[in-house]
Design a protein around this ligand. Structure first.
Ligand code: UD1
Length: 417
């Protein structure tokens, strides 16, 4: 299943149900380590990053079982294990184990984590914040060794609204002695989901969904049943693909309230979207309008995770667009592959491109180099005339349960080989 073949140029029709959110599920899975109990996570996506997190939990002693509509995690027995290998290096979210294992065991030994190659992705804020809570870190031969005899609450002012650092602080803080206050917390919906899960487990957290979180520490937590929210990035990918390829689709259960910036972009590009209780209806002619200046921003701004897909769609739009990436330093790697499909993307700086819209993309053999860039190439393939082959697809399966099945449900001619 390394490559995806797409017969492009067909408009999308029909409906597709949106999967559970990757970026919500992964920290929640790490959070199950804080309960000496069983949790049941419904709507957990069956993606390779979730399988990697499950393998890490199992190495620590958790018993994890897939049921029909979700995942059961029993964290009653958790041991101290050095966490390394592909599941850590290939997945940025393994970083959540820092806060979770310090909270559970007072000690963590983790290989320096990786994730998609979209910038330097330092971890200084994670370590600095946890140090303020009493943790001490040493780096030993590529491993991060953290110890906290006793975690204590702290007042932490984050200089940047880092999603992962906010999650790590929350994970440690629910088990710490006294209260922790985070000023400048990230407000992404996935952080709200993590807080809601922890609240179901008995944690006390104020200010959920705001930049100022107060976590009343002290544990202990019980297990809980929780529904993982639907994935706003997957929904946004399919929505933008419809804007690019044209058509009339329903994105069932898409979280419209979390997608305002994406809906605004679709409307600027000439598509009409209607949010109902069922999900989002999208109607698009297939020749989008260019946008003057699209800039990625922390939530509720336009998500960096959809920048590559927007880039693909704007490649075949009427007019020129400027896209600015304000979050990561190296997130235009897909531009070269799109140019091989006839796009005219000119890189002005590392974080700014101008896209000269062309009438139509052409099919080509292209290579996915990271998760969202891969989804952008699939989108470009749906828009292009002829057969496109996208190689390097394991990256895409890190975040999309079955992108081919989903687009086939929308009438596309697409298979994985
Ligand atoms: C999470 C998401 C990712 C999304 C990103 C931004 C998960 C698994 N991943 O990644 O899909 O693209 O949020 O919405 O949820 N930074 C530092 N020092 C740190 C940490 C971060 O300087 O210690 C910087 C980063 O380089 C980046 C910015 O802060 O420039 C935001 O990164 P962050 O919000 O931490 O992203 P992730 O949590 O890695």
């Amino acid at each position: 299943m390394d490559s995806i073949h797409i017969q492009g140029g067909i408009s999308l029709q029909g409906k597709v149900r949106i999967q559970g959110s990757k970026n919500a599920a992964l920290p929640i899975l790490a959070a199950t380590l804080l309960t000496v109990d069983r949790s049941y996570l419904k709507n957990c996506p069956r993606i390779s990053d979730v399988y990697a997190m499950i393998s890490l939990l199992q190495r620590l002693g958790c018993i994890v079982v897939w049921r029909e509509d979700g995942l059961q995690v029993d964290s009653s027995k958790v041991g101290r294990e050095a966490m390394g290998g592909e599941a850590v290096k290939g997945m940025r979210s393994s970083l959540c184990l820092l806060g979770a294992l310090l909270g559970r065991c007072g000690e963590v030994l983790l290989e320096h984590p990786g994730g998609c190659v979209i910038g330097e992705r330092p971890i200084d804020l994670h370590l600095w914040a946890l140090e303020q809570m009493g943790a001490v870190f040493l780096e030993e031969e590529g491993m991060i060794h953290g110890v906290a005899k006793e975690l204590r609450g702290a007042d932490i002012i984050l200089p940047k609204p880092s999603v992962g650092a906010t999650e790590n602080i929350i994970l440690a803080a629910v088990m710490a002695r006294d209260d922790t206050c985070i000023e400048g917390a990230a407000v992404e919906p996935e952080i709200t989901a993590l807080c809601r899960y922890l609240q179901c487990c008995g944690a006390s957290i104020d200010g959920v969904g705001t930049k100022r979180l107060v976590i009343h520490g002290g544990g202990p937590l019980r297990g809980a049943e929780f529904i993982v929210p639907t994935d706003r990035i997957v929904a946004g990918t399919y929505l933008l693909a419809c804007v690019g390829a044209g058509g009339c689709i329903l994105l069932e259960a898409a979280p419209a309230a979390e997608m305002e910036a994406v809906l605004a972009l679709a409307s600027q590009m000439g598509a009409s979207c209607l949010a109902t209780e069922e999900g989002i209806y999208v109607n698009a002619s297939g020749y989008p309008k260019a946008v003057e200046h699209l800039i990625t921003r922390p939530y509720p701004g336009f998500p960096t995770d959809l920048q590559s897909v927007a880039l693909a769609v704007l490649s075949a739009a009427e007019g020129d667009s400027v896209i600015e990436e304000s979050i990561f330093e190296n997130r235009f790697r897909v531009a070269g592959e799109l140019n091989r499909m006839g796009a005219k993307i000119e890189q002005l700086t590392a974080q700014r491109v101008v896209v000269h819209g062309v009438k139509r993309l052409r099919s080509a053999e292209v290579f996915a180099m990271e998760l969202r860039g891969g989804a952008a190439l699939v989108t470009a393939g749906l828009m292009a005339q002829g057969e496109t082959m996208v190689a390097g697809c394991p990256y895409i399966y890190r975040g999309y349960e079955n992108i081919c099945r989903d687009f086939r449900e929308l009438g596309a001619r697409i298979v994985s080989v």
